[in-house]
Design a protein around this ligand. Sequence first.
Ligand code: GUN
Length: 297
Amino acid sequence: MLMTETQTHTLIDGRKISIDIKKEIAEKVALRKQADKKLPHLAIILVGDDGASQTYVDFKVKACKEVGFHYTMMRFADTISEDKLMKHIDQVNRDEDVDGFIVQLPLPEHISVEKITEKIRPDKDVDGFTNRNFGSIVSKNPLLLPATPFGVMELLKRYQIPTEGKNCVVVGASRLVGAPLSMMLVEEGRATVTICHKYTKDLATFTRQADILVVAVGKPGIITADMVKEGAVVIDVGTTRVEGAQYKNGYTLKGDVDFKEVAPKTSFITPVPGGVGPMTIASLLLNTLRAAELRNP
Ligand code: GUN
C-alpha cells in the first residue's frame, strides 16, 4: 500500500517575531534617550491616495510610535510632477534631522520609480531599494539591506532554519524581492540558489528540488502541493489583495502558495497574512535604527 506521509509543520509566526524585534528596538531607543542621543527619525513620502498604500503607511507610522522613533509624514497629490517630487527628495536628503526615509510605492505612472529611488541618499535609503544598497549585499559590510529580503533572512535565522549548502529555489526575480533575496541566500546564507521567473519552463521541476522554497510573484495559489517536496521549508512573500463581499473590509490578502494544500507537506511554512508581511516593517525599523546609529553613534 502506498502511504502518503504527513509532516507536522511549524507555522513561521512573522507577527510574533516582528513584535520581538520591535521590543528590542524600543530598548535601544530608550538607551539612546537615556544617553541624551538623538532619536531615530523616519520620513515617509506618500503620493496619491491609493487605499492599500495608505494602509501600509499607517502601519509604518504606528510602528514608529511603538518603538519611540520620530516620524514625518509627507503627502503629495498624484498630480505632482516628477521634477517637483525629485526636489522634495533632495530636501529630505539634506535634512540633517532625518535619518531614513521611504517613498511609498506604487507611484503614479508619469513618475519613474527608478529615477525617484535612485535620488534617495543610500545611507538614508531604509527600504534598501537603491542600486548602491542592492550591490552592497555582496560587500563585506552591507550598508542598508533591502527590507523584505532582510525580513525573510531574519525569519530563517530566528527559527534556526539552516541555509548553508541547502537547495533554495526562489520563484520571482523582482528587483525589490526575488533578486536581492537570492543574493542574500548565497552570500549570507551560503545556499545553492536557483532563481525562477516568468520565462522559466516547467516551474515544478525546479520547485520540487527545493529544501527551501521562496515564492514572490504575486499570483495567488501559483504553488500547489504537487510542486513541493515533502519536508520543505516554504516562505510565501506574495500578498495580493483579493476583493470579495464575504470579506471584512471587502478584501482579503492571499499568498502565492495554496496554503491549505501545501502546509501538511512542509516542515515550516509562513502564513499570509502574518508571515513575511510584518517583517518588512520590522526590517524598515531595524534599518532606520542602523541609519541613525551610523549618523550619530
Ligand atoms: N509598497 C509596497 N511595499 C512597499 C515597501 O516595502 N516599501 C515601499 N516604499 N513601498 C512599498
